[in-house]
Design a protein around this ligand. Sequence first.
Ligand code: F6R
Length: 608
Amino acid sequence: MCGIVGYIGENAAKDILLQGLKNLEYRGYDSAGVALNDNETTSVYKAQGKLDNLCSLLNRVQLKPSARGIGHIRWATHGAATETNAHPHKSNDGKLVLVHNGIIENFRELRQELEKQGFRFYSQTDTETAVHLIDREYKKCGNLEQAVINAVALLKGAFAFCIMHDDEPDKIIAVRKNAPLLVGLGNNENMIASDVPALIGKVNRIIYLEDNEIAIVHRCFVEVKNFAGDVVEKKIENLAFEPELISKRGYAHFMLKEINEQPSIIRRQLAEYFTDNGEIKLGNIDLMALMQAVDKIEIVACGSSLHAAMTAKYMIEELAHIPVMVESASEYIYKYNLTDDKTLVIGISQSGETADTITALKQAKQKNAKILVLTNREDSSIVRYADFVLPLKAGIEVSVAATKSYTAQLMLLYLLALKLAQMRLGMNDKLRKLKEELFEVPAKIEQVLCQTNLIKTCAEKYAKAQDYIFIGRGISYPSVMEGALKLKEISYINANAYTAGELKHGPIALVDEKMPVVAVLTKDNLLYDKMISNCQEVKARKGKIIAVTNDAAHQDMFDDIILLPKSSSELMPLLIAPALQLLAYYTALSLGREVDQPRNLAKSVTVE
Ligand code: F6R
């Protein structure tokens, strides 16, 4: 989603801002802009579309040297992705400029009030309200910091701001409320960013701002205050990310690199979460004590994380016999639910910044539920609401489509399910076998990845299809939902997933000779036989079946087959995922799509 970078120092602000924005590009955006201050005046440059358009614009204009500036990439919420709506926005006298992540909920009322007071608005954004509001307060008190404090008291919603004023050339002000923002500390230069990658390679000490904090960032020092104006002592942390983490390492796309990283990530997780004597150890969580304190489990998440959660429901209920409710976080927030102090609520979020998931956890916390968070970003906002955190350890995920974080979530959820099962039912042969099999998963994923060329050919064969259907049963059902999501988000082909048993209750009306149907069949007697029957039904309507299966029988009834290694059906989602990720990747590639940054999507969805 939107990204913020700010710089104050001795070097060329333009280059530093552009590099910072480039490092945030992966989050998804549709316009970009910078404001550069040359110690006297501020010039704002904005462009619709990709950062390259802004770079070309900046190359065409004569720029004065400037060592202070703010930059932004915008993912449109209020108003289309036009140059006018792009940030930075400026005050009517052109002296105050501001960039904003988040949503100001009471912008309509404030805009009306400010318009009545004579402020002129040029954009349709909620953000411009904040500019004029701070400007109004500045004109009253003549002090930027105080003006910001006065203004934020009147704003509702979520906001991270970076603000500069021509008359206060020694500072940039950064504000955080419900939207992440951090300050990077250098020598005679400091930065502000909405996420760590913007700072990689430039500064290596950071201050994470908390909600309701303001940082007054000077070239040589930084002061942090709360919204009441009191100074807050902040911890300085070392930046743990290396520039290498955000490089493609020779792959054509981050998505392909991240798909191929999956075996090594799972090896890393196994090393991290198993003790030397083969016991599962989930950090310092005392699962026994935790489970004695609760009587049910609820999982909240969005998108791919939600599909991992749905898979976990099958695992935990089947292996540990504990009831699990899974809810899309955006639904959980607005419905009556049974969460109480005897509920373990698990929040799953790769980014740790998904607004819906965070709000759901905040609500659960208010009901005194115990909160466990699975996230790839231990430095993210979601961690604040957690009693326990299980880090995915998947490394930064740059491609908008989740791949390695999804399998890393599945793996951690398996470990949790196995541990819960062992605690509740004692060790048995099935659990022992599954535990042993976990160690074979990385090599089995490698076998799936070895089929890249076959999957590519299959993807190209059906790339012109208008629609796709995905079917699966049991624990494979969330896997086909994830496969369909992957395909639609990066190829823009309409893809719908159904439990195979539902097909005949309506969706089969869509099947004809042009319809590719991805059928996931895993060898476990009853479900396998039922899946074969469902495939027959598709064949009878001339649909094209792409079978993703771990059984070589019945090959003649499929149009294409992606053969997966043999495995227990419980672990198959870990093998199905990379196969369907590759299918989506090569379909998108063959259609010439922007694989890593699909249209309209953002890597972390920080608005509800
Ligand atoms: C799909 C995808 C999204 C995310 C969803 C939740 O490929 O990336 O559906 O899974 O936005 O994001 P996190 O896991 O960061 O909360």
